[in-house]
Design a protein around this ligand. Structure first.
Ligand SMILES: Nc1ncnc2c1ncn2[C@@H]1O[C@H](COP(=O)(O)OP(=O)(O)OP(=O)(O)O)[C@@H](O)[C@H]1O
Ligand SMILES: [Mg+2]
Length: 320
């Protein structure tokens, strides 16, 4: 994979984290997460998706993270036969000597990403798509079941999957559809209970005045969530509230419970209920809102009062 680091340095030099699309290097935002900004560079002949994760202070931290990233991708691709886009993790020092980390992937068609796809297919196909995602996950939790010393985590949200060989003119989802998994920039695996990545680094995006509180209250819970198949699925299903498709949730729950009875009885999964999905969604929404508000205050203090650079991109109001 050919990555133009000089171009990324120039991008870092002129980035405007409030309006990233208005910087000197023309980019288009493809997505964003709690800490990452995912974008393409306009007219980039290499068709790459760049995930910028500005949380590292030392080379030791970033090198450890890249090793964990490579191993996580290796486990997913080689041991679990996941389909990943071509990928590479890199870091460099920008012109201010600050470490910048990027997880770079071959770009997929934005319309092929799950959270877009679900708005263009029938309910039956949405259910099929969710089952395809859950069958991918089964490979992870089978490995976890069979290995006492290695545990692999996964973020199963539908926005982390894309349709392989996507054809916009004839989009149909059936049991032969293949999925790509996109969200590999947070390497989630544990060897003998020790996390491969440093979870505390992810607090870098939280305002310092809240970090202590968040660490005490949520960090372990959030890190553990991705290792618990049931919670990962609840998170996936609850997302349909955010995607404004709540009417499909009861059908999804019914079909998922049937799946566990018929296709994965060895996991003895307790049936999901609508009430717990609703409850999860409410608390998740509340945590997210508190977090976003705190970050906006933090950004204001840093940029307006102290005239410093704010490293993270904060999305505008998100319909939830
Ligand atoms: N290779 C890609 N090609 C096109 N779009 C992508 C690609 N990778 C990610 N995206 C878009 O960006 C969004 C966020 O990417 P991803 O899931 O990898 O990171 P994230 O959810 O921000 O991770 P985190 O929250 O862990 O920082 C995806 O849902 C998708 O819409
Ligand atoms: Mg994601």
């Amino acid at each position: 994979m050919n990555i133009d680091i000089e171009l990324l340095k120039k991008f870092e030099d002129t980035i405007n984290t409030i309006n990233p699309e208005n910087g000197e290097i023309p980019i288009k935002i493809l997505g964003f997460g709690e800490i990452s900004l995912v974008f393409e560079i306009i007219n980039d002949p290499t068709h790459l998706a760049y995930k910028r994760i500005p949380i590292f202070d030392t080379e030791k931290q970033v090198k450890k993270h890249i090793n964990a990233y490579n191993e996580y991708c290796r486990i997913l691709e080689q041991e679990l036969k996941f389909n990943l886009p071509d990928h590479k993790a890199i870091f460099f020092r920008d012109n201010k000597e600050k470490i910048q980390f990027y997880s770079v992937q071959a770009k997929v068609d934005p319309d092929s990403v799950g959270n877009k796809v679900i708005h263009h297919i029938s309910d039956e196909e949405v259910i099929t798509l969710i089952l395809l995602a859950i069958r991918e996950m089964k490979k992870v939790w089978t490995l976890n079941k069979d290995n006492p010393d290695l545990k692999v985590g996964l973020d199963g949200q539908i926005s982390n999957f894309a349709i392989m060989n996507y054809n916009p003119t004839s989009l149909t989802i059936d049991n032969n559809t293949k999925l790509l998994y996109l969200d590999t920039s947070t390497p989630m695996y544990r060897i003998n209970g020790v996390d491969a990545m440093d979870g505390e680094l992810f607090l870098k995006s939280t305002p310092s005045f809240l970090r202590f509180l968040i660490k005490a209250m949520f960090l372990q819970e959030v890190l553990d969530r991705y290792y618990d198949w049931r919670l990962v699925i609840i998170d996936l299903v609850a997302n349909f509230f955010k995607e404004q498709k709540p009417e499909i949730i009861p059908k999804l729950i019914f079909r998922i419970n049937q799946y566990f009875k018929e296709e994965a009885p060895e996991f003895e999964m307790a049936p999901l209920t609508l009430i717990e999905v609703q409850k999860y969604y409410k608390s998740d929404k509340m945590i997210w809102n508190i977090f976003q508000t705190a970050r906006k205050i933090d950004r204001y203090i840093k940029t307006k009062l102290f005239r410093k650079k704010y490293d993270f991109y904060l999305p505008g109001k998100i319909e939830r």
